[in-house]
Design a protein around this ligand. Structure first.
Ligand SMILES: NC(=O)c1ccc[n+]([C@@H]2O[C@H](COP(=O)([O-])OP(=O)(O)OC[C@H]3O[C@@H](n4cnc5c(N)ncnc54)[C@H](OP(=O)(O)O)[C@@H]3O)[C@@H](O)[C@H]2O)c1
Length: 274
């Protein structure tokens, strides 16, 4: 039996994956904020006894760390780590810890999971990380001096920065463990999910209307992800749906990874919020 850990496993594509792997007889650890959503999922899934829930707000550094420690305490081996927690904020939002919420949720927390669980993934026969960060963005998208974007925050800038950082995380993780499969994956088009977030009326309307009209069902959209988890290829790769995309590499990836790791260590220490 494999152990599949899914952040954002209470809703949308994460929940569809959780349901699939419970049906397939695997042990599934779901991470999200809303226990009621998890209980609803468990009530209708097969093999509910194999489902575990860790409640955590992953826009918090402390909560992310706590869950990583809990996972380490309870699991010697993790076969698949799916990073799918999502809460879309169109505007800049600073958490009680003093960090920009989307930067933590869409990158820092993922960094803590991937680096903090590296040895648990290494213990798996065919370890895989699927990071639902749409691949392919500019290689100069990270503001190393101001990753929380106190100056010049826009949704587009923040989104590009997170995507680039998640690709660098893939290089870091696969260099540390060449057996690891690290996939940056985005769906081919819109998926009819909850689109959890705080966005303006235009974005809300287009997500609701376009999602309903054109969006794929979550259980259909995740099929390519299931193939990538069940037959993982060592190394880094990028996909939109089932279609492989070229990896984006920059001239200074090695230097950028070191800068990224250094700024995370600097910024997430409890003594250094904004
Ligand atoms: N839907 C699309 O068309 C689309 C397109 C491109 C990319 N994507 C990407 O695909 C991934 C999955 O998206 P989705 O649309 O399936 O998501 P979704 O339906 O909006 O669900 C989001 C999930 O994240 C969890 N979550 C939200 N904030 C959280 C927090 N602070 N801490 C912990 N968990 C949190 C939610 O659980 P709780 O409510 O329990 O907290 C829920 O399980 C995301 O990375 C998204 O960016 C989606």
């Amino acid at each position: 039996m494999r152990t599949i850990v899914i952040t954002g496993g209470t809703d949308g594509m994460g929940a569809a994956l959780a349901r699939h792997y419970l049906g397939a007889g695997e042990q599934v650890v779901v991470i999200g904020r809303d226990r009621a959503k998890f209980e609803a999922l468990r009530a209708t899934a097969s093999g509910p006894g194999r489902a575990r829930f860790f409640a955590a707000d992953l826009s918090s550094v402390a909560e992310s760390r706590r869950v990583v420690e809990q996972l380490r305490a309870e699991h010697d081996r993790i076969d698949a780590l799916v990073l799918a927690a999502s809460f879309i904020r169109q505007s800049r939002y600073v958490t009680a810890e003093g960090h920009e919420a989307s930067w933590v949720l869409f990158f820092v927390s993922k960094y803590l999971f991937v680096t903090g669980l590296a040895d648990r993934l290494r213990a798996a026969e065919r370890p895989v990380v699927v990071n639902t960060a749409v691949p392919g963005t500019r290689t100069d998208a990270i503001d190393f001096d101001d990753p929380g974007m106190r100056a010049g925050f826009t949704f587009a800038r923040a989104n590009a920065q997170q995507r680039r950082a998640n690709e660098l995380l893939g290089i870091l993780a696969t260099e540390a463990d060449p057996r690891l499969s690290y996939v940056t994956w985005g769906p081919r088009g819109l998926v009819r999910t909850s689109f959890a977030g705080e966005v303006g009326p235009a974005m809300q309307l287009s997500a609701a209307v376009l999602g309903r009209l054109l969006g794929a069902r979550p259980d259909t959209a995740i099929r390519p992800m299931i193939s990538l988890i069940d037959d993982p290829a060592p190394g880094r790769s990028a996909y939109r749906g089932a279609r492989r995309k070229p990896l984006v590499t920059g001239d200074h990836d090695g230097r950028d990874i070191a800068r990224l790791a250094a700024l995370i260590e600097r910024d997430i220490s409890p003594a250094s919020p904004e």
